[in-house]
Design a binder for this molecule. Structure first.
Ligand code: ADP
Ligand code: MG
Length: 604
């Protein structure tokens, strides 16, 4: 073969500096690309052999990576199918360079290019991100073919000569650029290999050691595996996590290809949403842990791996969202997760209930964000009450139907978000034999309540302190206040003065309820909560929305009416008002100090 110098014909001259600039933050992916090519070359050779088109000895197939610190080179070698000189021209000069040109055309916008680079393999060309020049030594598997040496500095000029490489396969030598010498450090290369190549299907050797598992468990069949295998793999992937609750082994080959394992992690109540714990692979090569568009949003809270050659990684995010395959994958995963939960629920309700506090988080989040999932999950989603009893939606409806239906025939679900703070109200509800649900999850419950109200027919959700116990389920049986108009007005005036509020309600409440009750209407409270979530504090002034109800049947109130000493009357009224504030946890600072001093005087 003649020594050949040539010019690669592509329409963008000098793409190299532009690409280098684009890919600044993600230089390390060059290694993934080169190892992936080595892997492709090896599996292609095996495919040829199995079709009888290659009859030689396959022998060793390790992909080897080595560093020469002195020569400042990094070498990736394989024993795959190799290339003839003609093929180098075709595949490297044309395919690899046109791939890079195409990338440039697609991502003229620097921001988008940067976003995509983790997803988009630039292929062989990415080696120029870190190299001054690159040399390829390659010998084709084809009988009698001559080895070739190709050198290029990333511009369109290349050199191609014959070489005496004796062994089949390809060796890529990167002459690292001055600004890329980090890739001469063993630990840096180990780190990159571990990130991208940990589960590649062919052995990869670095520093004399094989660094990967060629048959990770998601590629195996579930009946080959025991629970311990799944847990062990989980621990390898997430060393600091507790044991998973359960897992789902995904295995689809029609209408798209997908394998993987999704783990439900154990979460604590003070759980912070931790996304991006699922890793996405394409034929066992790590692509990204940003699975946002591939996995339904609510499942990004799970852990595990998904491997699919059918996920188009080399396109923009908006395209990905519209992609038919991705949509099908989404729907499939959602269905699988729902099926698994349903199975757990049906097989062993007790165990399922024990796990509910953790599972519930995903289920609720899913029900809030995905209507289809809501429908599926409404069979196995549970409601938990303050006695820690669990009910399905249907069971709960039946449980409270008789006692908690209001005058307009609506069911009222009463809930508490803080068992300590709302204790006084919970006690009142218990006296009426009302059931109180427990929604004290920090992140999700607030929104879940709104979802339930939207989805459940004819049902109101009311927090236990949203009103006086008589009004919380408004049965239309409120009793007449037995006090005269004058008496009522005098009470209103007194409590207006004491509380500084414009409106005071005088109500006929049970004598054993508190003399004064403060409640925050459900609607107002939710408005406020929403404002807080949205980072607005215009409703910070919560006390302005409080409703004050005076219990006309309480002996203390009746005594107040009869009190002749104006000063003492006011002191007493203040005292009962403060007590009401106290039971809402709203008494603090100077007001609390005054209350305590006043209490001491009363007792003394
Ligand atoms: P892609 O892998 O997507 O085809 P690349 O730019 O990574 O694009 O590689 C371009 C082509 O160069 C490959 O399709 C393959 O034909 C050839 N090639 C690259 N690396 C090797 C290798 N190690 N052995 C044999 N052929 C290779
Ligand atoms: Mg490639």
């Amino acid at each position: 073969m003649a020594h050949e110098k040539g010019s690669i014909s592509i329409h963008t001259e000098n793409i190299f500096p532009i690409i280098k600039k684009f890919l600044y933050s993600d230089h390390e992916i060059f290694l993934r690309e080169l190892v992936a090519n080595a892997m492709d070359a090896t599996s292609k050779l095996q495919a040829l052999a199995s079709k009888g088109e290659f009859n030689g000895e396959i022998g060793e197939t390790k992909i080897k990576i080595s560093i020469d610190k002195e020569a400042k080179t990094l070498t990736i070698s394989d024993r795959g199918l190799g290339m003839t000189a003609e093929e180098v021209k075709k595949y490297i000069n044309q395919v690899a360079f046109s791939g890079a040109t195409e990338f440039l055309d697609k991502y003229k916008d620097v921001k988008e290019a940067q976003q995509m680079i983790g997803h988009f393999g630039l292929g062989f060309y990415s080696s120029f991100m870190v190299s001054d020049h690159v040399t390829i030594y390659t010998k084709s598997h084809k009988e009698g073919s001559e080895a070739a040496k190709w050198t290029c500095d990333g511009t369109t000029e290349f050199e191609l000569t014959a070489h005496d490489k004796a062994d089949r396969g390809t060796e890529i030598v990167l002459h690292l650029a001055a600004d890329s010498e980090e890739f001469l450090e063993n630990h840096r290369i180990s780190e990159i290999l571990n990130k991208y190549c940990r589960f590649l299907p062919f052995e990869i050797e670095f520093e004399g050691k094989v660094i990967n598992q060629t048959r990770p468990i998601w590629t195996k069949s579930p009946n080959e595996l025991k629970d311990e295998d799944y847990v062990k793999f989980y621990k390898e992937m997430y060393p600091t996590a507790e044991d998973p609750l359960f897992w789902i082994h995904l295995n689809v080959d029609y209408p798209f290809n997908l394998t993987g394992i999704l783990y439900f992690p154990k979460v604590k109540q003070d759980f912070v949403f931790q996304k991006n714990r699922i890793q996405l692979y394409s034929r066992q090569v790590f692509i990204t842990d940003e699975v946002k568009d591939v996995v339904p949003e609510f499942l990004t809270l799970l852990h595990g791996v998904i491997d699919s050659p059918d996920i188009p990684l080399n396109v923009s995010r908006s395209y990905l969202q519209a992609d038919g395959n991705v949509k099908k994958i989404n729907a499939h995963i959602t269905k699988k997760v729902a099926d698994k939960l349903n199975e757990l629920f049906n097989n062993d309700r007790k165990v399922y209930e024990e796990k509910w506090d953790s599972i519930g988080l995903f289920v609720k989040y899913g029900m809030m964000t995905d209507d289809k999932f809501y429908d599926r999950a409404s069979n196995f989603a549970l409601l938990k009450n303050i006695k820690n009893e669990y009910y399905t939606f249907a069971e709960y409806r039946e449980k409270v139907a008789i006692n908690q239906t209001d005058k307009s025939n609506r069911l009222v679900y009463i809930y508490a978000t803080d068992l300590e703070k709302q204790d006084a109200y919970i006690e009142s509800a218990k006296k009426r034999s009302y059931d109180v649900l427990r929604f004290d999850g920090v992140m999700v419950d607030n929104h879940f309540i709104t979802t339930l109200e939207r989805k459940l027919e004819n049902t109101l959700m009311r927090r236990v302190d949203a009103d006086t116990v008589d009004n919380i389920v408004d049965k239309g049986e409120t009793q007449e206040v037995m006090l005269s108009e004058d008496e009522q007005n005098s009470l209103k005036d007194l409590f207006k003065k004491v509380s500084g509020k414009e409106t005071i309600k005088v109500q006929s409440l049970p004598p054993d309820e508190m003399p004064v009750i403060i409640s925050l209407p459900e609607f107002m409270r939710r408005m406020k909560e929403m404002a807080v979530v949205q980072g607005m504090d215009y409703m910070k002034d919560l006390p302005a929305f409080l409703e004050v109800s005076v219990n006309a049947n309480h002996s203390l109130i009746l005594r107040l009416l009869k009190e002749q000493d104006e000063q003492r009357k006011e002191q007493l009224a203040l005292q009962v008002y403060d007590l009401a504030l106290l039971s809402q946890n709203m008494l603090g600072g100077a007001a609390l100090t005054k209350f305590i001093n006043r209490s001491v005087q009363f007792v003394a």
